[in-house]
Design a binder for this molecule. Structure first.
Ligand code: AR6
Length: 165
């Protein structure tokens, strides 16, 4: 099932949380910074040898001090107006994260709203993309969580989920 909650993703006791990272995988602000802070310095040590991650792909590390067993780092696109393949790249980020989760026997997974912070992807368009890919994988997981940080995002996802229903 797909579930929508408002929470700090670093607090979730799930098999895997998704990190909205950048191509360096060496940390940053937003949810990336929060995940690195909560996981502890071992996370950066685990990310370094990976050597980065292209936009739309995903890489996995342990969660270290997080309640989550795994962190799946994915890189969403920077929004440049929509003509640079941003929607397809965002869909790839969700799809590749879920594929990597499946390969690691993950049954419960939580996503932040990838690319909708400093990367500037329009929120509603991003949420539609996210939910569309999640629907395709719903049967493969016990739970796919949309972890909204703001009340506005929570409302948006809840509205779109009932539309899709
Ligand atoms: N839990 C859940 N969601 C959160 C949290 C949290 N603790 N903190 C922020 N969000 P952003 P992006 C939400 O900017 O747009 C980093 O510097 C936030 O409200 O974190 O993909 C990376 O290193 C928003 O809805 O990610 C990259 O350089 C969503 O997470 C760049 O930012 C994504 O916002 C990636 O930008």
């Amino acid at each position: 099932m797909i579930s929508i909650i408002q929470a700090d993703i670093t607090k979730l006791d799930v098999d895997a949380i998704i990190n909205a990272a950048n191509t360096s995988l060496l940390g940053g602000g937003g949810v990336d910074g929060a995940i690195h802070r909560a996981a502890g310095p071992e996370l950066l040590q685990a990310c370094r040898p990976i050597g980065g991650c292209p936009t739309g792909e995903a890489r996995i590390t342990p969660g270290f001090n997080l309640p989550a067993k795994w962190v799946i780092h994915t890189v969403g696109p920077v929004w440049h107006g929509g003509s640079e393949n941003e929607p397809a790249l965002l869909a790839n980020a969700y799809r590749n994260s879920l594929e990597l989760a499946l390969q690691n026997q993950v049954k419960t997974v939580a996503f932040p709203a990838i690319s909708t912070g400093v990367y500037g992807f329009p929120k509603e368009k991003a949420a539609r993309t996210a939910l569309g890919i999640m629907r395709q994988y719903e049967q493969c997981f016990n739970k796919i969580i949309c972890c909204c940080f703001s009340a506005e995002d929570l409302q948006l996802y809840e509205r779109l989920l009932t539309e899709v229903d």
